[in-house]
Structures are given as structure tokens and as C-alpha cells.
Design a binder for this molecule. Structure first.
Ligand code: CUA
Length: 178
């Protein structure tokens, strides 16, 4: 078997079948719909948060998180410090192999600037059960403004594969009544 060049030299100038045109139009229009849905969901949906990102070294981020823990730790839970920072303040949670640290305790109805960063590799910050997902990279301080609207216990799950202990990489946020 051998490969031959197309018989006509201008091989792309063929008439297009009507059904093919129809499918091209459908696919194009659907692509446009999905493109505008991204913008719509960002504005109307509750899962695509507007974030800010700043460059920071893991050491500098750790120092900020540690300072918050030292100033506002209220108790310990399973070896993790539980931190209750004042409403309206900057709060920090760091991802590292394999934990989200520390545990935060926030008040319902109050806003916080939540800073997230990684100490080593890429991790996924997945807040459950509300299903808010962010990718967390080393070297970047990801900031989202959060206002918890329901009291309860929220889990943080890592949803980017980050090695042998990935499935154990969990964290926690308590939301308490003011
Ligand atoms: Cu961290 Cu998977």
C-alpha cells in the first residue's frame, strides 16, 4: 500500500455537503453559548469566585500563617491548631504534603480575606459540601473574600493529585454563630 497525493491539486476547494454545514453551524453556536456561560456563571453562579493572586515565597507565606496561629489560636483538634481570627481580618490556610493547615474558625455573616498558598507542589482546594474549587500553587498567594452564610463544619479536600498521601490531604473550616 502506498500513499498518493489528492487527485486535484487544490483539494480543499470542494463543495461542502449541507449536513456538514449544519453541523459546523451547530457546533459553532454551541461553542459561543459555552463561552458566554463562563462569563454568566462567574457573575451569577456561586462557585467561580473572583480571586486575587500575588507572588509570595512559601517561607513568607508560612511566616504570615504562623503569626496568625500564634495570635489567635483557641484550641487544638487532632494535633491541628484551631484558629479564630477577628472578623474582617486576613486569614491564612496553607497546603503542604499532606495537609491543609491550620483549622479555621470563622463567624457566620462576617467577611474574611482568605489567603491560600502551597508550601511545595500544586494542590487543589476544594471546599465541601459547597463545592468551591481553587488551584493552589507554591509561590502564589491566592486571595478570596469569603462571607460564610451557614454555620457548620466544612471540609477541605485536596483535589489535585499530589503524591502518595493525596487522599489523606484534608482540612477543616468551622463556621460558628456570632
Ligand atoms: Cu494535595 Cu492532592
Amino acid at each position: 500500500m502506498a500513499l498518493y497525493p489528492p487527485r486535484a491539486r487544490i483539494w480543499w476547494r470542494e463543495p461542502i455537503a449541507k449536513t456538514e454545514i449544519v453541523w459546523i453551524v451547530i457546533a459553532f453556536v454551541w461553542g459561543l453559548v459555552m463561552f458566554f456561560m463562563m462569563i454568566y456563571w462567574h457573575a451569577e453562579g456561586k462557585q467561580n469566585l473572583s480571586n486575587e493572586a500575588y507572588r509570595i515565597t512559601p517561607e513568607a507565606f508560612f511566616a504570615k500563617a504562623q503569626a496568625m496561629v500564634s495570635a489567635h489560636q483557641v484550641r487544638e483538634e487532632g494535633g491541628f491548631p484551631v484558629v479564630k481570627p477577628p472578623p474582617g481580618s486576613d486569614v491564612y490556610m496553607l497546603g503542604r504534603l499532606w495537609q491543609w493547615w491550620p483549622i479555621l474558625e470563622l463567624e457566620r455573616g462576617q467577611s474574611y480575606r482568605l489567603h491560600l498558598s502551597s508550601m511545595d507542589w500544586q494542590h487543589g482546594f476544594s471546599l465541601q459540601p459547597v463545592n468551591i474549587n481553587l488551584q493552589i500553587h507554591p509561590g502564589y498567594d491566592m486571595v478570596v473574600t469569603v462571607t460564610p452564610d451557614r454555620a457548620g463544619e466544612y471540609g477541605v479536600v485536596c483535589n489535585e493529585y499530589c503524591g502518595i498521601g493525596h487522599h489523606t490531604m484534608l482540612g477543616k473550616i468551622h463556621v460558628v454563630e456570632p
